[in-house]
Design a protein around this ligand. Structure first.
Ligand code: AMP
Length: 310
């Protein structure tokens, strides 16, 4: 089942305690596509500038990702983001967000992209997400991401967009900020009331939690001794998660979504081991399967009740 994604295609400048990069390929749609392409064909929708080089386009096309709807804007500059990470790598400060070619972008989808059964609205202006959502009327499973910036400056459009999708994947703090609720659980419950089938709270190095009407499923992050650059971890998680759902015929049952969490977690764990797209570009299917079974082994336990006092 093919997956269409709209979101940023970017050059990023990042500084982490382990080094820095002045200009590396990034963008939410890029990281998503690199992960989701392990499961099925991905079609990317978004603009780039004249400066987007052939090597970046080749990375984007990894595992056959279709770039027909990547629009090259003559005279334009590719989206640029820059950030610096705190020593514990779990928080970061954004230094620059230059929308550049995204500022006046109007998505034009090919028939093939428009008829995908699975759609991911990666982090970008909510108005753009909504425009793509409305074009993809045939999609059977639609998930989206966003960020604090849009909660701050485009809350109304963001809320309108969220109400049109099946699944929201957001950081725990952003879920709380969006709803004004003090806990992630209360925030997720409120959002399920907006008509969502599922809410996934990303909790950085602590893992992620899935909320559906049926149940709650929490999965810790894959235990890693060394983390180099968390940029794109959330989008890589989303690529693994949504890609798995696509591979299961867009089945959005709690059981399938819980298993999808393991694929998102395993893929994200590879992403953070090197800068930007470096690690996932050369990742293999066997490596993913290895960490998914590790996660299963590490988190499954057999209940053996003991007589408790009191
Ligand atoms: P993540 O670490 O998963 O939040 O994703 C970081 C990626 O998202 C980077 O590669 C950035 O290029 C991209 N990004 C950062 N800020 C924005 C934004 N405001 N809109 C769209 N994409 C963004």
């Amino acid at each position: 089942m093919s997956v269409t994604v709209v979101g940023s295609l970017a050059y990023d400048a990042v500084k982490t305690p382990f080094g820095s990069r002045d200009r590396m390929l990034g963008g939410a749609a890029t990281h998503f596509a690199l992960a989701a392409s392990f499961f099925d064909e991905v079609r990317v929708v978004g603009p780039v500038g004249d400066d987007f080089d052939d090597a970046s386009m080749e990375v984007l096309r990894t595992r056959g990702t279709v770039t027909d709807d990547v629009e090259r804007v003559a005279g334009g500059k590719t989206f640029f983001w820059s950030g610096v990470y705190a020593d514990n790598l779990n928080s970061r400060e954004t230094l620059a967000t230059d929308l550049n070619v995204f500022e006046h972008f109007e998505p034009k989808l090919s028939d093939a992209s428009r008829s995908s059964e699975v759609l991911f609205l990666a982090n970008i202006q909510p108005e753009l997400q909504l425009a793509v959502r409305e074009e993809c009327a045939a999609a059977r499973f639609v998930a989206m991401d966003s960020m604090n910036l849009w909660i701050d400056i485009a809350r109304e459009a963001l809320e309108r967009t969220i109400r049109t999708v099946d699944c929201l994947i957001l950081n725990d703090e952003e879920l709380e900020q969006l709803t004004g609720r003090a806990t992630t659980v209360a925030a997720a419950q409120e959002l399920l009331g907006w008509g969502l089938k599922a809410v996934v709270a990303k909790q950085g190095k602590y893992g992620a939690t899935l909320f559906t009407e049926e149940d709650v499923f929490a999965l810790p992050a894959y235990p890693l001794e060394h983390v180099v650059d968390p940029t794109g971890a959330g989008d890589t998680f989303a690529g693994g998660f949504v890609g798995y759902v696509a591979a299961q015929g867009a089945d959005a049952s709690h059981e399938v979504l819980a298993r999808a969490m393991a694929y998102g977690t395993a893929l994200a764990s590879y992403n953070v081991e090197e800068f930007g797209t470096e690690r996932v570009t050369r990742l293999t299917a066997d490596e993913i399967a290895g960490r998914v079974s590790d996660l299963h082994r590490m988190t499954a336990f057999t209940e053996a009740p003991v007589a408790l006092r009191g």
